[in-house]
Design a protein around this ligand. Structure first.
Ligand code: GDP
Ligand code: MG
Length: 597
């Protein structure tokens, strides 16, 4: 088969606009799943999405479809929807010629619709705009079409109006996939080049690579070479997801599928690497990807020091399946042995944290997430720090630089005032304001990542009654007037509570922090001073008064089981505490330091 009857496409959309439902509907229409499976998936879609969110793996499904008597092979490559996983979206798009850009017609264009549309345009894909959920009473496909036209430049009549739920308009959409999306270039006569666009680790079968053959042909038994790492392997199995795994003898030019080749560890394959034939190698590899950019860092310590080896084993297992998560041993004077972990974003961090606690039963004490900073030292050296504890002596710092992002927010025009107020508080600079329809606007800012990475999204939602959506992209590092705040608990500096903040609000932040700490730390049998210091100079102080706490004193003497229960509960509460000197600091205290309110 030539490439003429192959179509490779992705679906991009803002979360909940119907990407999964459209994919499931297409699987049903092409006979890849049964009616029962389709309805099951619809019912389970929330849970499924959750699980998918946690595995964060793009998947690729091959469907067979007959159009006007001609058989087509349609490959759908799934992409994650959340901003944290932008880079995964880009790498999936590199394996496609086309994309469906899905917009919920009751919601209109949202921030991630725009961000994902840009990624598809950058990847040079043919885009079909799709307005979904036209069955909803609140659907306004005309308004949504107008927004798509204003902001993304597609004309009204290019848009397909569908209901993935009822199936309305879906036949026309499937026809458009076949008729409008281009076939892959036929490069079957050239040397083999296949792009690894994803990989995952299977407990039984080892590493499974997702590949797109760009030129030549992949065959089972073939000796291949990974051009980036210069490693050789023998292909033991090739196949496709239909959606179950089906083995095939070969994958031709333009085709998408999986490859198994006795690769032992995910660390041995770099996603973005090019596979070629060992005996007849291609001259140049395919353009690869930039490595994923870790934006957020946080320290994880076992609440119980004895759990350190268990935590290490758990992280090794997690990293095996997720190459964008990293961890390195860390020793904090206050908290003992733990790990410094890097994540793509906050959602990614929460997923890892949840898996660690849920699957491994380890009580975790985690420090507030921070971004990474650049420091130009007085000796002219540029260094990266991703923890306040790595900060060199202030006298050695010539320039302190922080990460800056381009932030896009889409909102109803009534919310402009509230958004302006919030963004000003967070040191954002307005670049431009654009009306995407008579009633909705898109605002673009230059924003310090540190100001928006933590609780910004929640505050934004609150300030706009839930209507605003946002997306951001890293621009680079910029000089900024930053200082490190140290916190002393009972006269001992607790390194894990240190934060880096802008000079202009250092003092106010420090004071608010002490007040929250005072509330988070229980009274002890002695008085505990809490202090804020900048460069060794104390700038604020609070005190936790002494108190003798006996939680069982309130209970009537007789009921021993109840007394036991209370003691047990108290013990569990302790599980997520750390003692610093003789002071017990609960987990919440470490997380409280970045809250801005
Ligand atoms: P995703 O986050 O983009 O993958 O969105 P989903 O496919 O999970 O859909 C989000 C929600 O919208 C689910 O509750 C779906 O059942 C619902 N949904 C998807 N398509 C339609 C549609 O055409 N009509 C209606 N009424 N609901 C839909
Ligand atoms: Mg989904």
């Amino acid at each position: 088969m030539g490439t003429e009857h192959i179509r490779n496409f992705s679906i991009v959309a803002h979360i909940d606009h119907g990407k999964s439902t459209i994919a499931d509907r297409l699987l049903l229409m092409t006979g890849s799943v049964t009616e029962r499976e389709f309805h099951q998936q619809l019912l389970d879609s929330m849970d499924l999405e959750r699980e998918r969110g946690i595995t964060i793996k793009a998947s690729a499904v091959t469907m067979d479809y007959v159009h006007e008597g001609q058989k087509y092979m349609i490959n759908f490559i799934d992409t994650p929807g959340h901003v944290d996983f932008h880079y995964e979206v880009s790498r999936a798009l590199a394996a496609c010629e086309g994309a469906l850009l899905v917009v919920d017609s009751s919601q209109g264009v949202e921030a991630q619709t725009v961000a994902n549309a840009y990624l598809a345009v950058e990847a040079g894909l043919e885009i079909i705009p799709v307005l979904n959920k036209v069955d909803l009473p609140a659907a306004q496909p005309e308004v949504a079409a107008e927004e798509v036209e204003t902001i993304l430049g597609f004309s009204h009549d290019e848009c397909y109006m569908v209901s993935a739920k009822s199936g309305l308009g879906m036949k026309e959409l499937l026809t458009a996939i076949v008729e409008k999306l281009p076939a892959p270039l036929d490069r079957s006569n050239e040397a083999l080049r296949a792009l690894i666009f994803d990989s995952h680790f299977d407990g039984y079968r080892g590493v499974i690579c997702y590949v797109r053959v760009v030129s030549g042909e992949l065959k089972t038994g073939q000796k291949i070479m990974l051009m980036g790492s210069n490693r050789n392997y023998n292909v033991t199995e090739l196949g496709k997801f239909k959606p179950q795994m089906v083995a095939v003898d070969s994958l031709g030019t333009g085709e998408v599928g999986y490859l198994i080749a006795n690769i032992k560890s995910l660390a041995d394959v770099t996603v973005g690497d090019t596979i070629t034939d060992d005996a007849n190698p291609a001259d140049t590899p395919l353009p690869g990807y930039n490595p994923p950019m870790q934006m957020v860092f946080s320290d994880f310590y076992p609440a119980d020091t004895g759990d350190y080896p268990k935590m290490k084993a758990a992280f090794e297992k997690l990293a095996l399946n997720d190459s964008s998560f990293s961890f390195t041993p860390q020793n904090s004077p206050a908290l003992g042995f733990g790990f410094r972990c890097g994540f793509l974003g906050l959602l990614h961090m929460e997923i890892i944290q949840e898996r660690l606690e849920r699957e491994n039963d380890i009580g975790v004490v985690q420090t507030a997430p921070t971004v990474s900073y650049e420091i130009l030292t007085t000796s002219g050296e540029v260094m990266r720090i991703d923890s306040p504890s790595q900060m060199p002596d202030p006298s050695l710092v010539a320039e302190f630089r922080e990460p800056i992002v381009r932030l896009e927010i889409i909102m109803p025009k009534e919310s402009i005032g509230a958004v302006m107020q919030l963004t000003e508080q967070r040191r954002c600079k307005l670049n431009k304001t654009e009306y995407i329809s008579p009633i909705r606007v898109m605002m673009e800012f230059r924003a310090p990542l540190a100001e928006i990475v933590y609780d910004f999204y929640d505050v934004l939602k609150g300030a706009t009654h839930g209507y605003a959506t946002m997306d951001y992209e890293l621009l680079g590092f910029e000089k900024s007037n930053l200082v490190k705040i140290d916190i002393l608990v009972n006269k001992v500096a607790v390194d894990a509570l240190s934060i880096i903040v802008h000079r202009s609000n250092a003092e106010a932040r420090g004071r608010r922090l002490l007040i929250r700490l005072r509330r988070a730390i229980n009274r002890h049998q002695f008085e505990i001073p809490l202090q804020v210091a900048i460069g060794g100079k104390i700038i604020a102080r609070e005190t936790i008064k002494a108190f003798r706490k006996d939680v069982t004193s309130k209970l009537y003497g007789g009921d021993i089981t109840r007394k036991m229960k209370v003691l047990k509960k108290q013990k569990e509460g302790k599980k997520r505490m750390k003692s610093v000197g003789s002071v017990q600091i609960p987990q919440e205290a470490f997380m409280t330091v970045l809250k801005n309110e």
